[in-house]
Design a protein around this ligand. Structure first.
Ligand code: NAD
Length: 424
C-alpha cells in the first residue's frame, strides 16, 4: 500500500478522542489520566535462523490502560508495524473493551516482520522469543495478548507454552485465541466476524434494509474477512467483491464463498490467487476501487487508513461495518457523516473478538468449558445490547456512531479511573 498517503494512525486515534472528550467536557486532569498509553516497551529480538545465522527483529508491546482490568490486545506480525500503529491499536482496545463492557484495559503488540518469508521453525523461534522477552509484562491478571494480523492459534500455542515453561505452571489464561486443545473457546475463531454480523443485522433493521437482498463488498479475506463473507452469505446476502494482498475479485451476481475458501485451503494460506481461474469472478484493475463499489454494505477487514478524504467522496455503500481497526480516517469520517453513510465503528463492530477472548479467559480461570451455542448466546447478548447503547447515545447527542461509542466508553473509563484514584 505504498501508494497510500502516509497517515499516522495514532494521530487519527487522538483526534477521535479529542472530539469525544470535548463533548464530554473532560478536564485536563481527566484527559491526562486516560488519553496516552501507560507503558511502551520496545525490544530487539535475536532469532536463530534456519541457516544458523542470527537475525534481529524489532518488537513492541504497548499497554494503553489497565484501569478497568488487565491490558488486552493482539500481537501483529507485519513488515509495516510501527510504534505509533501499536499505540493506536492499544488505545482502541481500551475503548473497545469499555464499549462492550468487558473487564479489560487496552494493549497491543507487534513485530516488524513479513512472516511469509520465515520458515515454520523461524516463526516459532520468533514467537517464543517475543513472549520470553516480554514475559514480565504478560500474565492472566496483568496483560493478556491474542491473535491479530498474521498471527494465529498455533502462534498463540507457542507463546502460551513459553510462558508456562517460564512459570512452571499450566496458565492458559495468559493468552486467548488458543486452539480448543489448549483451552481455546468454542466460537473464538469466527467471533470477530460473528460479532460484526450481529451489528450488521441490527443496523439493517434500523435502516429498513433487507439483508437477504443486500449486496456486500469485503476488503481483506483473512480471519475476520473470510468468516464475515461466509456468515453473511449464509444470511442470504450477495457478496459481490472480496480482496486480499493478491488483488480484488468481483462478480455482480455474487461470489461463491465456499469456492473462495477452498482456494485459500489449496494455497495453504489466506491468499485468493487462482480464484479467477476456478470461479466466475473478474480481477479488478485497481483493488482500491472495491471500496467505491455501488453496494449496500462495505466491510473493510484488512488494515488501517483505507478510506481517506481522497476516496470517501466516492463511497456509495449505505452501511460501513469496520471489521478492521482504524480503516477510516477522521477526515473521511466527516465526509461519510455528511453523506449519511451509517458507519458501525471498529470499537463496536469488531469487538466480538475481544468479547469471546474474555469468555475464553473466564473459562480458563474456571477450568470449565462451554458449548459454542452458549458462547454465541452470550456474544449475541453483549453485541446487540452494545449496538443499541451506542445507537441511543448517537441519537440522544446527535453525533455519529463513532463519537457515540467513544462518549460511552470514555465515560466508563474515566469513572473507573476516578473511583480508583491515584495510588501514590
Ligand atoms: P489476517 O492476517 O487473518 O487477514 C488480513 C487480510 O487482509 C488478509 O486477507 C490480507 O491478504 C488482507 N490484506 C492485507 N493488506 C491488504 C490490502 N492492501 N488490500 C486488501 N487486503 C489486504 O488478519 P485478521 O485477523 O483478519 O485482521 C484483519 C483486521 O481485523 C485487522 O485490522 C485486525 O486488527 C482486525 N481485527 C481482527 C480481529 C481478530 O480476532 N482476528 C479482532 C478485531 C479486529
Amino acid at each position: 500500500m505504498s501508494f497510500l498517503k502516509q497517515i499516522n494512525p495514532f494521530d487519527s486515534a487522538m483526534k477521535q478522542f479529542d472530539k469525544a472528550a470535548q463533548l464530554l467536557k473532560l478536564t485536563e486532569s481527566q484527559i491526562a489520566m486516560i488519553k496516552e498509553p501507560r507503558r511502551i516497551t520496545e525490544v530487539n529480538l535475536p532469532v536463530r535462523m534456519s541457516d544458523g545465522s542470527i537475525r534481529i527483529f524489532k518488537g513492541f508491546r504497548v499497554q494503553h490502560s489497565v484501569v478497568r482490568g488487565p491490558a488486552k490486545g493482539g500481537v501483529r506480525f507485519h513488515p509495516g508495524v510501527t510504534v505509533d500503529e501499536v499505540k493506536a491499536l492499544a488505545f482502541w482496545m481500551t475503548y473497545k473493551c469499555a464499549v462492550v463492557g468487558v473487564p479489560f484495559g487496552g494493549g497491543k503488540g507487534g513485530v516488524v516482520v513479513d512472516p511469509g518469508t520465515l520458515t515454520r521453525s523461524e516463526l516459532e523461534n520468533l514467537s517464543r522469543r517475543y513472549f520470553a522477552e516480554m514475559s514480565d509484562l504478560f500474565g492472566p491478571d496483568s496483560d493478556v495478548p491474542a491473535p491479530d494480523v498474521n498471527t494465529n492459534p498455533q502462534i498463540m500455542s507457542w507463546m502460551f507454552d513459553t510462558y508456562s515453561m517460564h512459570k512452571k505452571q499450566y496458565l492458559p489464561a495468559v493468552i486467548t485465541g488458543k486452539p480448543l486443545e489448549l483451552g481455546g473457546s468454542a466460537g473464538r475463531t469466527e467471533a470477530t466476524a460473528q460479532g460484526m454480523v450481529f451489528c450488521v443485522r441490527e443496523a439493517t433493521k434500523h435502516l429498513n434494509i433487507n439483508l437477504k437482498k443486500a449486496t456486500i463488498a469485503i476488503q481483506g479475506f483473512g480471519n475476520a474477512g473470510s468468516f464475515a463473507a461466509s456468515l453473511l452469505s449464509d444470511d442470504g446476502a450477495k457478496i459481490v467483491a472480496i480482496s486480499d494482498v493478491s488483488g480484488a475479485y468481483y462478480n455482480s451476481g455474487g461470489i461463491d464463498i465456499k469456492a473462495a475458501l477452498e482456494t485459500c485451503r489449496k494455497n495453504k494460506t489466506w491468499i485468493l490467487t487462482g480464484l479467477e481461474n476456478n470461479t466466475k469472478v473478474k480481477k479488478m484493475d485497481d483493488p482500491m476501487k472495491l471500496l467505491e463499489l455501488d453496494v449496500d454494505i462495505l466491510i473493510p477487514a484488512a488494515l488501517e487508513n483505507q478510506i481517506t478524504e481522497d476516496n470517501a467522496p466516492n463511497v456509495k455503500a449505505k452501511i460501513i461495518a469496520e471489521c478492521a481497526n482504524g480503516p477510516v480516517t477522521p477526515e473521511a469520517d466527516d465526509i461519510l457523516d455528511k453523506k449519511k453513510v451509517f458507519l458501525i465503528p471498529d470499537i463496536l463492530c469488531n469487538a466480538g473478538g475481544v468479547t469471546v477472548s474474555y469468555l475464553e479467559w473466564v473459562q480458563n480461570r474456571m477450568g470449565y468449558y462451554w458449548t459454542k451455542e452458549r458462547v454465541n448466546e452470550d456474544l449475541h447478548h453483549i453485541m446487540v445490547r452494545s449496538f443499541h447503547e451506542v445507537l441511543n447515545t448517537s441519537q440522544e447527542h446527535k453525533v455519529d456512531m463513532r463519537i457515540a461509542a467513544f462518549l460511552l466508553a470514555i465515560d466508563r473509563v474515566i469513572k473507573a479511573a476516578e473511583l480508583r484514584g491515584l495510588y501514590a
